[in-house]
Design a protein around this ligand. Sequence first.
Ligand SMILES: NC(=O)c1ccc[n+]([C@@H]2O[C@H](COP(=O)([O-])OP(=O)(O)OC[C@H]3O[C@@H](n4cnc5c(N)ncnc54)[C@H](O)[C@@H]3O)[C@@H](O)[C@H]2O)c1
Length: 310
Amino acid sequence: MDAQVGRQAYARPRTLVKWSDQLCENDGLGRQAFSFRVLRRNNKWVAFWSIGFLRVSFAKQGDAMSGRLTGKTAFITAAGQGMGKAAALAFAREGATVWATDLKPGPLAELAGVAGITTRQLDATDEQAIARLAAEVGAVDVLLNCAGYVHHGNILDCTPRDWDFSMNVNVRSMYLVTRALLPGMLAKKGGSIINMASIASSIKGLPNRLVYGTSKAAVIGLTKAIAADYVKQGIRCNAVCPGTIDTPSLADRINALPDPVQARKDFIARQPMGRLGTVEDMVPLFVYLASDESTFATGTTFSVDGGMTI
Ligand SMILES: NC(=O)c1ccc[n+]([C@@H]2O[C@H](COP(=O)([O-])OP(=O)(O)OC[C@H]3O[C@@H](n4cnc5c(N)ncnc54)[C@H](O)[C@@H]3O)[C@@H](O)[C@H]2O)c1
């Protein structure tokens, strides 16, 4: 699915790849009174009719995004797969300069050749490594804190070691990466921080998500605290709360359960819309929060959950 995302939906825009023969008439002032043009953009055909000064264009639905992040630099943790990867491709497609980082270098290879994307291996819990990379990257406009880990179990299943590991990956990583990149945003007098929380948090209690739900509730608290501290300095900080999204780690979690077929049915059953979410369901929200379209939004949570919290 991700490969398809990379090839099609989030391919970098290519304008004016092909022009049709133009049917032109000069109106006597050196202008074309009428022309018809077809061009290929994002693998979709777009037609333009020009009549005098009036230009009418028609594009197939879904071809609307382009250039919304032009001039911005975005930094993403956990961009190797799932929602982080989809966000990296979408940000680049919208014209951003993207630093895509992940703990595992392997999955980043697919992003390495994409125009606008620079990849770096980064453990988002490693303070020294974060400092080194922050110095290389310089000031960014957008930070997507996406790194997270799902521990399966209740309080009796969750050992102190499990607790520390989850809180470290899910919360402390965001504290560390934000702390490293915020000074650059302050120098620019602007920035958008997007923290990946979850419906399983202060929003909703879910079975077997003890430390996960606790950590994601902390992410929401962290988000609001940062938003409150920097609202007057042009920094916005928001949390995204997905429902169950079909990503590689979800597949791993399902396959690790005793009855994977039933487990998938159970995950779907808790989604009132009767289906799992996809990364494509989430990407428009990431782009909105990264862009200047969301300049009045800060300190809040954005749930995209298929109706889990109706
Ligand atoms: N998939 C869902 O249903 C769902 C729902 C709500 C929230 N989330 C959250 O969204 C985020 C992304 O999840 P996903 O399912 O899209 O992707 P995923 O879980 O499939 O991939 C996670 C990525 O994080 C990377 N990673 C793990 N530890 C890291 C670390 N210490 N430093 C840097 N990278 C690290 C992994 O290498 C992997 O590439 C997570 O924070 C997750 O908790 C996911």
